[in-house]
Design a protein around this ligand. Structure first.
Ligand code: SF4
Ligand code: SF4
Length: 210
C-alpha cells in the first residue's frame, strides 16, 4: 500500500501558448523559472506562488496549476519535453497515488457528485445560499465576427454531450449543466458570479490580487 502524501498545487506553463518571451524568468524574484530551447518551466521546489509573474505574462500561459501529490510533482526534465499540459488528475488517480481524500459531510455543488453519491448538498440540508462550485466556460475575443460566435455557441451543447467530454468532466467533479448556458445568458452568469463573490470578499475583508 502507498504511503500517504499531501497535495500541492503545482505551477506550470502551457507550452502550447507560451511565446518564449522570457518575461517571467526575468521577473520571478526567487529564480523559479528556467528554460531550454523548447520550453519555459517552473521549478516546483522553488516557486512560492507569489504571483509576480502572472500579470506580466502576455499570453496567460503562465497561469496554469495542477493538483498533484507532493511526492510526485512534475520534474523540470518532464516539463521541458511537454508539447501540451497534462490534464488535472482525477480523484481516483490522487487516491491511487496515496493522497488521503477525506470523506466530506456535505458538498457545495448544485447537485450531488457522482464520485460521492451519498453525500448531500448544502441545499438539500436547508442552506441553498451555500451553493458554490467551480465552473468552466469558453469565451472568445470581444470583436469575434458574429457568425463565428454563433457557430461556436451552437456547437457547445453537442460538444458537452460527447461521452468522452462528459466522462472527463465527471472525473474532475465538474458537472455539465443540463441546459448549457450560452450567449447573453453566459455573460449574465459571469456578471452575477462577479457581483456575488465581490460581496462575499468585501464582507470577509478579502483582498483579491489581480
Ligand atoms: S509565482 Fe512567484 S515564485 Fe512562482 S514562478 Fe511566478 S514569480 Fe516565481
Ligand atoms: S511570460 Fe508567459 S509567454 Fe513569456 S515566457 Fe513566460 S510563460 Fe511564456
Amino acid at each position: 500500500m502507498e504511503a500517504q502524501t499531501s497535495l500541492i498545487k503545482q505551477h506550470l506553463i502551457d507550452p502550447e501558448i507560451c511565446i518564449r518571451c522570457n518575461t517571467c524568468e526575468t521577473i520571478c524574484p526567487v529564480g523559479a523559472i528556467t528554460h531550454d530551447s523548447m520550453n519555459y518551466v517552473v521549478k516546483a521546489d522553488m516557486c512560492n506562488s507569489c504571483m509576480d509573474c502572472i500579470s506580466p505574462c502576455p499570453t496567460g500561459s503562465i497561469d496554469n496549476w495542477r493538483w498533484v501529490p507532493k511526492t510526485q510533482t512534475y520534474s523540470i526534465e518532464e516539463q521541458l519535453k511537454w508539447h501540451e499540459l497534462p490534464q488535472e488528475k482525477s480523484l481516483e488517480e490522487l487516491q491511487a497515488a496515496g493522497v488521503s481524500v477525506g470523506e466530506p459531510s456535505t458538498v457545495s455543488t448544485p447537485a450531488r457528485l457522482p464520485a460521492l453519491p451519498n453525500i448531500p448538498t448544502f441545499a438539500e440540508l436547508g442552506f441553498p445560499s451555500m451553493t458554490g462550485s467551480q465552473w468552466l466556460g469558453l469565451s472568445a475575443p470581444k470583436n469575434i465576427p458574429a457568425p463565428i460566435a454563433q457557430k461556436l455557441t451552437a456547437l457547445m451543447p453537442e460538444i458537452l454531450a460527447k461521452p468522452d467530454i462528459a466522462s472527463r468532466l465527471e472525473e474532475l467533479q465538474t458537472l455539465p449543466r443540463k441546459t448549457p448556458v450560452v450567449g447573453d445568458d453566459f455573460v449574465k452568469l459571469i456578471r452575477s458570479q462577479i457581483d456575488g463573490w465581490t460581496k462575499v470578499a468585501k464582507r470577509a475583508n478579502v483582498q483579491v490580487m489581480v
